[in-house]
Design a protein around this ligand. Structure first.
Ligand code: 6LW
Length: 491
């Protein structure tokens, strides 16, 4: 059957995938957001349902006042002997650690740290041994993939860390994963950096410690020279065999806006690309080494995309996230309503404002919600990070209530429009296409256009960092803001 890329839309970068107990499981990075490491389940590699997060307890991950795009970097998920493992880096504390669970729908363990530096850790299990692989450097300080053996019970290193591969010559050798296929060890990684030059490369060996022979036609997969095409940044992938024996790479990529001087603001998303092994044991990927928008995959099923999100059809602990560790006493969440209590912490602070976010999945969107504010400010935000976000809110002023549109772009923090409203209750609406967000307030069925903000100023190219746009509910001040009748529709 035919499927379209991306298979997971919105900010879910650095995918890693494993097959276990008849299903596929996928994790992605989460940086400053909590809970950390979104976890997805699939029957077919195309339709992915988020089933929760891996890091759900404060004790598992330090996120206190961490910088945006710090915190939880690229995770790897693996399954061995009835147990799931997720290994990742807290880039802020420079710690590599893993957690595990025997119940993919349950809680995960406390973290076990591993004393090997570098980011993008991965695990490989064979014959009772566990290998821990990450990016790092050799004895002369040159970048490479570094491996050691560990005791999986304790995280203790059982061998020195050894550089086993220097890549194919690209910068930022990252996301190494080891596989054994038909008796050979394949080491796949990303190079080029997580931008327009991103690529996937690999090598193979008869021994897990090398020497590794480079695939003669690296990179095996990259969209860096693909034009015209909106899919860019393909890289950081994991190799997976499907139930029918076919092979695939699940990788990150992004959808660029504009053909020249492009940008992207929805973050890095998940793409599925077919892989073919040749008689010589080398594999090729995609369409002449590029990822296309559509492919065929074996199986009789349809690709379903959720286009309609409400409080009722989302779960607070699955679809929504906080900025850093939340002050839980400020959230009263029920099936059809969110009551938020603000504090002095604002969306501009590197801290935990009262905020609940859900990733923006596609460009064309309408978000609307009824907001009732008794004091201070409460509203919704199109949030890239504390420096770049557009907010529409109801605010109490000395003379009553007003609806405001605030545009925050770097050092420019501007109240773009203020409209008096008759009470602290109104409907706030955001409508977007790929280029603009438009903001409205509606009272008694009468809509007022408050203004617009361009998507390009919320892009990774402007904002920097590794995240994508998240739609948020927020409250600031000593107040109560009630949110009801949420609708987010994509078309
Ligand atoms: C991640 C690195 C990367 O650790 O970006 O795309 C970093 N690749 O591998 C953060 O997402």
């Amino acid at each position: 059957m035919k499927y379209s890329n991306p298979v997971i839309k919105g900010f879910f970068p650095d995918p890693s995938v494993c097959f276990a107990e008849g299903k596929y499981y996928l994790v992605s990075s989460s940086f400053q957001y909590f809970p950390g490491v979104p976890l997805f389940e699939s029957d077919d590699l195309v339709n992915w349902k988020q089933i929760g997060h891996v890091l759900t307890r404060k004790s598992q991950v330090m996120l206190e006042k961490i910088n945006s795009s710090g915190g939880v970097f690229a995770p790897t998920i693996r399954y061995n002997n009835g147990r799931f493992y997720m290994v990742t880096t807290n880039d802020t504390t420079h710690e590599n650690f893993y957690v595990y669970t025997d119940d993919i729908h349950g809680e995960w363990s406390d973290p076990v740290t591993v004393a090997q530096d570098g980011i993008d850790p991965s695990l490989y299990f064979e014959d009772g041994r566990t290998y821990f692989i990450s990016n790092g450097s050799d004895d002369s300080g040159d970048h490479g993939v570094v491996q050691c053996e560990i005791n999986i019970e304790t995280g203790e290193k059982l061998s020195p860390s050894k550089c086993i591969w220097h890549g194919s010559g690209g910068r930022y050798l990252e996301s190494p994963h080891m596989y054994k296929i038909n008796g050979k060890y394949y080491l796949m990684a990303a190079e080029g950096g997580t931008e327009y030059g991103h690529m996937i490369t690999y090598c193979r060996s008869d021994s897990i410690w090398g020497p590794f022979e480079n695939y003669p036609h690296n990179p095996v997969l990259t969209n860096r020279n693909k034009a015209p095409g909106i899919i860019q940044g393909i890289g950081h992938g994991d190799l997976i065999q499907d139930k029918n024996g076919g092979w695939h790479i699940l990788s990150l990529g992004f959808r660029q806006i504009h053909m020249w001087l492009p940008y992207h603001h929805l973050g890095r998303e998940v793409f599925l690309t077919p892989v073919k092994f040749g008689a010589d044991g080398w594999f090729t990927a995609g369409t002449d080494g590029t990822t296309a928008a559509e492919y065929e995959i074996a199986g009789n099923f349809t690709q379903d995309e959720k286009k309609h999100y409400t409080f009722e059809n989302t779960s607070w602990n699955i679809d929504w996230c906080f900025l850093r560790h939340p002050h839980t006493e400020n959230y009263e969440l029920s099936d059809s309503k969110a009551v938020l209590h603000g504090t002095a912490i604002t969306l501009d602070d590197v801290d935990s404002p009262t905020f609940l976010g859900i990733r923006q999945r596609d460009f064309n969107m309408e978000m609307s919600v009824n907001v009732s504010v008794n004091d201070g400010e409460g509203g919704i935000t199109v949030f890239m990070c504390e420096s770049e976000h557009y907010d529409i809110a109801i605010r109490k002023s000395e003379s009553g209530f007003e609806a405001i549109l605030k545009l925050n772009i770097g050092d420019i923090k501007h109240i773009q429009n203020t409209v008096k409203i008759s009470s602290g209750n109104a409907k706030l609406i955001i409508r977007s296409d790929s280029i603009n967000y438009n903001f409205y307030v509606s009272e008694n069925g009468k809509e007022t256009h408050l203004g617009s903000g361009q998507s390009k100023y919320l892009s990774s190219e402007v904002s920097g960092g590794f995240t994508g746009v998240v739609l948020g509910l927020y409250a600031v001040g000593n107040n109560t803001a009630e949110f009801s009748d949420l609708e987010i529709n994509y078309n």
